[in-house]
Write a protein that binds this ligand. Structure first.
Ligand SMILES: Nc1ncnc2c1ncn2[C@@H]1O[C@H](COP(=O)(O)OP(=O)(O)OP(=O)(O)O)[C@@H](O)[C@H]1O
Ligand SMILES: [Mg+2]
Length: 270
């Protein structure tokens, strides 16, 4: 671990820090799909180590496209994008990026320990090490008593926890989450938000980029909210959420919380 990394304690001070190590740098990034759809236009953004950025914007504004470019799954058609100081594809090869989607992509018949250690199995990591890491991440998401269960015995919230555990197993520097909690009920969603913030605070240098349609979720979780315009997607505003961590349920009823909700909601109207 980089000992000079910005630690979570630094987030007690104002966020959006300029001294943090740069993880994602997008300059005038654009994506036109082969069928002519302009999905993203001139998007510029810099994300540092240890940040939590939430992307909000209307359906079809290019949020997933931006994430797919950062993950090296699709190529930009204009502009510049560097991830962890290299190309997205190279960063992905080094297992520095992990992705969590709304629909879990677990193997329904495989035990949780086998599901979460799959990325390590594919890389040929020895079994003993795999199991130790699998137990570590299942404990992080509160499922250490379920290592031998299979996903079809689990609730939606538990399956999401397993997906998060599998994403964390490679100790990624960058965690991309595309509407991960969209299909969950409000109570499960709030408890997963708390857990995700706890994990993020433990992992210290990991940055999370998170897509949501839920303004409350964005303001609760993030150090900055990235607001996008309708298609063709541009970043219209980036709003600092200047509230220290750890954030508890009290934060959800603070005047500052309502203030930021209003600010993000207004920005979405422009
Ligand atoms: N593979 C593709 N080929 C052509 N067009 C695409 C492709 N993927 C996405 N698009 C289009 O690009 C635009 C942006 O899509 P994208 O999925 O990035 O939006 P989004 O902001 O993630 O939307 P949502 O909130 O509904 O998930 C949309 O108009 C979509 O139809
Ligand atoms: Mg999307």
């Amino acid at each position: 671990m980089n000992m000079n990394a910005v630690t979570r304690d630094d987030l007690q001070t104002p966020v959006g820090r300029s001294d943090a190590k740069l993880l994602v740098s997008m300059q005038q990034l654009g994506k036109v799909y082969p069928n002519g759809t302009v999905a993203v236009q001139q998007a510029s953004l810099q994300a540092g180590e240890g940040e939590f950025l939430c992307f909000v914007g209307p359906s079809g504004c290019g949020k997933s496209t931006i994430f797919n470019m950062i993950a090296g799954l699709t190529e930009p058609t204009s502009g510049h994008l560097s991830v962890l100081g290299t190309t997205p594809k190279e960063a992905r090869k080094q297992n520095e990026i992990a992705f969590v989607f709304q629909e879990h992509t677990l193997l329904p018949w495989a035990r949780l320990i086998d599901n979460v250690t799959l990325p390590l199995t594919l890389r040929g990591v020895p079994k003993k090490e795999r199991i130790a890491e699998g137990e570590r991440v299942l404990e992080l998401v509160g499922l250490k008593d379920y290592t031998k269960s299979v996903p079809r015995q689990l609730s939606g919230g538990m399956k999401m926890r397993v997906s998060i555990a599998r994403a964390l197993i490679s100790r990624p520097k960058l965690l991309l989450m595309d509407e991960p909690f969209g299909a969950l009920d409000e109570i499960t969603r709030q408890s997963l938000q708390d857990e995700l913030l706890n994990i993020w605070q433990k992992e210290r240098s990991m940055s999370v980029l998170f897509i949501t349609h839920n303004v409350f979720e964005a303001v609760f979780l993030s150090t900055r909210v990235v607001v996008m315009t309708p298609r063709p997607g541009k970043i219209s505003e980036i709003i600092d959420i200047d509230i220290p961590f750890p954030r508890t349920d009290d934060y959800r009823v603070m005047p500052e919380f309502s203030h930021y909700i209003r600010q993000v909601s207004e920005a979405l109207k422009h």
